[in-house]
Write a protein that binds this ligand. Structure first.
Ligand SMILES: Cc1ncc(COP(=O)(O)O)c(C=O)c1O
Length: 326
């Protein structure tokens, strides 16, 4: 129902769930994509930011006007920038310079103070590693003390999981109506929302299989010989142990590896064939789901999340203009 929202905060959530038609034309089965980039901060993290701030307020953990701080690859930071702005908390976002600059620009536009941290000498721009994340964490700790700030701590904050259980998961189940799904596939950053959504889906569809997605070059859970290499899928694949995964292994059927090439090709196909303008992680999820439809899940229905928008990658070579002979 269309109505006047009290503020942009009320427009967080209620994103479309769309069947991919062209992307799956050569395989048996279906992929349903939850387009989280329809949110005001253009990512799945808006809901999580709202949940974490509201929960901290309810528990009396936040003082009026207290600065809030978080390390971010840009998505969580943008969600927090929106929620903090509208709820009148100063917000400090600490991000690696390895992430695309659009992320910092958007956070700043929403009123955040953005602190950019140099990458580790071994790292490359556009490819953020666990070593880069450590440097961002160090800077975040320093600034938390300096400003007596409230640290969101998305890698440990239970809100990462509860948002999936109480907000995103139930919304998907309502949208599915009588349609049953067989599997859920999600790229791993903190993986809180993967676990939360999986918990909700498992209750609604007990036989469901849930798969975590990792970059081939930085597969931590998927590989016996684990390699801490670089990759272009911003927002995760840091090759670090994940608390939410380690505590919930029983819900995970398996982990799937996706290469940069597969993620890029799928991201471009989502745009050219489905008019879904996703970022790399959405492409990685679609690529992983397609692999499953070509193998063990032939003929099944798979749910994926499109975590963010392709507009956040305009400065990368993802959308380079192709040269045509006239
Ligand atoms: C674009 C993008 N995709 C995927 C993820 C991973 O999400 P999560 O931390 O919920 O695993 C993130 C996290 O920030 C992200 O920014």
């Amino acid at each position: 129902m269309l109505q006047i929202a009290e503020s942009v905060l009320n427009s967080i959530g209620s994103t479309p769930l769309v069947r991919l038609n062209q992307f799956t034309k050569h395989v048996e089965g279906n992929i349903f994509a939850k387009l989280e980039y329809f949110s005001p901060g253009l990512s799945k993290k808006d809901r999580i930011a709202l949940e974490m701030i509201e929960s901290a307020e309810e528990k009396g953990l936040l003082e009026k006007g207290q600065p809030i701080i978080e390390l971010t690859s840009g998505s969580m930071g943008t969600g927090l920038a929106i929620v903090c702005n509208l709820k009148k908390y100063p917000f400090i976002a600490v991000m690696s310079k390895g992430n695309s600059i659009e992320r910092a620009q958007v956070m700043q536009a929403f009123g955040a103070k953005v602190v950019l941290v140099d990458q580790h000498p071994d790292s490359q721009k556009g490819k953020v590693t666990g070593k880069d994340l450590e440097l961002v964490e160090e800077k975040t700790k320093e600034l938390t003390r300096k400003y007596n700030a409230f640290k969101i701590d998305q890698f440990n904050n239970p809100g990462s999981v509860t948002t999936g259980e109480t907000r995103l998961g139930p919304e998907i189940i309502t949208q599915l109506g009588d349609t049953k799904i067989d599997a859920f596939v999600d790229f791993m950053g903190t993986e809180g929302s993967f676990i939360g959504v999986s918990n909700a889906l498992k209750k609604a569809f007990p036989p469901i299989q849930c798969f975590g997605v990792e970059p081939v070059n930085a597969a931590f859970y998927n590989s016996i010989e684990s390699t801490a290499g670089t990759h272009i899928i911003q927002g995760g694949g840091y090759h670090v142990p994940l608390k939410f995964i380690d505590e919930n292994k029983e819900i995970i059927s398996d982990f799937i590896k996706v290469s940069d090439k597969e993620a890029i090709e799928s991201t471009r196909l989502l745009a050219s064939e489905e008019c879904i303008f996703a970022g790399y992680s959405g492409g990685a999820n679609a690529a992983a789901a397609l692999k499953l439809l070509k193998s063990e899940l032939k003929g099944k229905i798979i749910l994926i999340i499109i975590p963010d928008s392709g507009t956040k990658y305009l400065s990368t070579d993802l959308w380079d203009i192709l040269e045509y002979d006239e």
